[in-house]
Design a protein around this ligand. Structure first.
Ligand code: AMP
Ligand code: ZN
Length: 122
C-alpha cells in the first residue's frame, strides 16, 4: 500500500477524495475543514507528504514559508477580513489526528473563543 493510499490528505491532494477547495497550486492545497470549529475554517496542506513539523526541518523552509505566506490572502478571500487564527497540531501531545502536516486557518466575522489558541476538541 502506497503512502497516498493510506493517508487521507495525500488522497485529497491527489484528487481521489473530494474536498471543498479554497486554493491549489503545484506545492500546496487549501480546502474547507469537514468539521469546522469556526464560521470560516480551512486547512492548508503541502502536496508532499510531511507528517508534521517534526518532519519538516529547515530544508522545507520555502514550502512552509509559502503555505504561511498565503494564509492572509486566503483568509481574506474566504471572508475573514478582520483577523483569523492559525493552529498547527503536532503529534500526540498536540492532539494531531491526521498525520499529514496541515495548517488550520480559523476566522469569521466575530472574535473567536477567548481562551487563547483554542483546543479544536475538548
Ligand atoms: P488535527 O489533525 O487534529 O489537526 O485535525 C485534523 C482536521 O482534519 C480535523 O479538523 C478534521 O475535521 C479535518 N478533516 C479530517 N478529514 C477531513 C476531510 N476528509 N476533509 C476535510 N477535513 C477533514
Ligand atoms: Zn499524506
Amino acid at each position: 500500500m502506497s503512502l497516498s493510499d493510506s493517508c487521507i490528505f495525500c488522497r485529497i491532494a491527489a484528487g481521489e477524495i473530494p474536498s471543498k477547495k479554497v486554493y491549489e497550486d503545484e506545492d500546496m492545497l487549501a480546502f474547507h475543514d469537514i468539521h469546522p470549529a469556526a464560521p470560516i475554517h480551512f486547512l492548508i496542506i503541502p502536496k508532499k507528504h510531511l507528517v508534521n513539523l517534526y518532519d519538516a526541518d529547515i530544508k522545507e523552509q520555502a514550502l512552509l514559508g509559502k503555505m504561511l505566506g498565503m494564509a492572509g490572502q486566503l483568509a481574506r478571500e474566504q471572508g475573514s477580513v478582520d483577523g483569523f487564527r492559525v493552529v498547527i497540531n503536532n503529534g500526540r501531545v498536540g492532539r494531531q489526528e491526521v498525520y499529514h502536516l496541515h495548517i488550520h486557518i480559523m476566522g469569521g466575522p466575530e472574535p473567536l473563543g477567548s481562551r487563547g489558541p483554542a483546543p479544536l476538541k475538548e
